[in-house]
Write a protein that binds this ligand. Structure first.
Ligand code: PLP
Length: 446
């Protein structure tokens, strides 16, 4: 078992805490896991404690930890050419571009490479504005698009608030969230205002002033919100009607996560751009991408693409990307996401029946969440203090996952690597069920 360079767990944590800043945290409260090694769906800390990874780190490590093929590709590329000027042509960049064009839907053909999801969205905004000559961008409230200024302006959730005023021209709309329908409908009596109000907002904003609508393929960190089947097709139709570009942010929902290459593939919708990152290299080396349609690519044949980054098309990242995409195919990971995902969905439905604190379960492929409520009637979220105890139980049991406790909802995410087996899934769900006894007890005592 690889335990790193020999620093004790205390020293690793101390150095990190003393000399580095942690994201989205009050610094004095962070208690980081001193991670030193991993394999497949597991990783371990400097004390040798092993964790089952139920969130693929930050929903990016889709192929699991330390896949030998990707490690080898990175090592070989490092030994050949670590870096090249972004204006140069390199083998890994060309091969990755070609591979992406093969798996991306419809006429999505050319890729602009960047370093992560936020940068992908920053560049997509610029491309949309250059291509259309329009300024406004529409995005949804229950969304996350990244932490840089433009991307956080697109973001609808409260992470946006501390950055405001960010960039101009972003207008938010409401979500197709059937469990907490913002229009008050039930699934049985739904009028799809989640679609029609977008058209109404467009009329107020002036459709000829709107460059793009950007939405997560399936909403991720705001709670795995899977839209109704006609949602993406009807939004596609509205955008086409007004000459507005449709952008699918597949940073989290892309690369097999939902059981297809991209989430929009479930509804046979071809957006004008896909922005992505995370699973493109499974996080082994940072990489982001904006995949644009043929007409957008053609537009820039004789016009300047006002986008640039020192690390655009980084050879090491592109080599990791080529190998990662081959792993998805060779290891049948997308099929596995579908097969194990089917079991996951069935198990989550059982969990909902047997635990009174579970208000809703939402899932597609290996992209899922358990939403916890104090009371099924009012749907009041389980309080943050109780969620903390649930999290402590999971950690103690050796299960690592992403959790959320906010007025928008209290949630335990189940987003394991796509290589997870049925046995490993069951092992993790047993830990989740044990931890849910804590939230169940909170509900019972109310
Ligand atoms: C849907 C979505 N878009 C964009 C981002 C931002 O990506 P990054 O953190 O790589 O900048 C994320 C990150 O979680 C995301 O989930």
């Amino acid at each position: 078992m690889n335990t790193g360079k020999g620093l004790s767990s205390q020293d690793i944590v101390r150095l990190n805490r003393e000399y580095t800043l942690f994201s989205w945290s009050v610094q004095s409260t962070v208690a980081p896991i001193p991670a030193v090694g991993g394999e497949g769906a597991y990783f371990w800390d400097a004390d040798g404690k092993r964790y089952l990874d139920f969130s693929s780190q930050l929903m990016n490590l889709n192929i699991g930890h330390q896949h030998p093929k990707v490690i080898k590709a990175i090592q070989e590329q490092a030994a050949t050419l670590c870096y090249a000027h972004p204006g140069f042509a390199t083998e890994p960049r060309g091969l990755l571009g070609e591979k992406i064009a093969q798996v991306a839907p419809g006429n999505l053909k050319k890729t602009f490479f960047c370093l992560g999801g936020a940068e992908a969205n920053e560049n997509a905004i610029k491309i949309a504005r250059l291509f259309t000559g329009r300024h406004k961008i529409l995005s949804r409230y229950r969304s996350y698009h990244g932490a840089t200024h433009g991307a956080i302006a697109l973001t609808g959730d409260p992470r946006r608030l501390s950055a405001e005023p960010a960039i101009s021209g972003v207008v938010h709309f409401l979500d197709p969230h059937c469990y907490r329908c913002p229009f008050g409908w039930t699934k049985q009596a739904c009028h799809r205002e989640c679609i029609t109000h977008v058209e109404e907002i467009l009329q107020y904003e002036g459709p000829d002033r709107v460059a793009a609508v950007i939405m997560e393929g399936v909403t991720g960190s705001n709670g795995i919100i899977v839209p109704p089947d006609d949602y993406w097709p009807r939004l596609r139709e509205i955008c086409t009607r007004y000459g507005i570009l449709l952008i699918s942010d597949e940073v989290m929902s892309g690369w097999g996560r939902t059981g297809k290459w991209f989430a929009v593939d479930h509804w046979n919708v071809v957006p004008d751009m896909i922005t992505t990152a995370k699973g493109i290299t499974a996080g082994y080396v940072p990489l982001g991408a904006v995949i644009v349609s043929e007409p957008i690519a053609a537009f820039f044949e004789d016009k300047m693409l006002w986008c640039g980054l020192t690390y655009s098309g980084h050879p090491l990242a592109c080599a990791a990307g080529v190998a990662t995409l081959e792993v998805y195919e060779e290891d049948n990971l997308i099929e596995n996401a579908r097969a194990v995902g089917a079991r996951l969905g069935a198990r989550l439905e059982q969990i909902k029946v047997s635990h009174i604190s579970v208000g809703d379960v939402r899932y597609i492929g290996l992209f899922s969440v358990v939403e916890l409520v104090s009371d099924r009637e009012s749907k009041a979220p389980i309080p943050a203090g109780v969620m903390k105890e649930v999290g402590a139980s999971l950690k103690e049991q050796g299960l690592f996952t992403y959790m959320m406790a906010s007025p928008q909802g209290s949630m335990v995410f189940v987003v394991p690597p796509l290589c997870i087996t049925l046995e490993q899934l069951e092992e993790g769900l047993r830990s989740v069920e044990k931890a849910l006894l804590i939230s169940d007890q909170h509900v019972a005592e109310k």
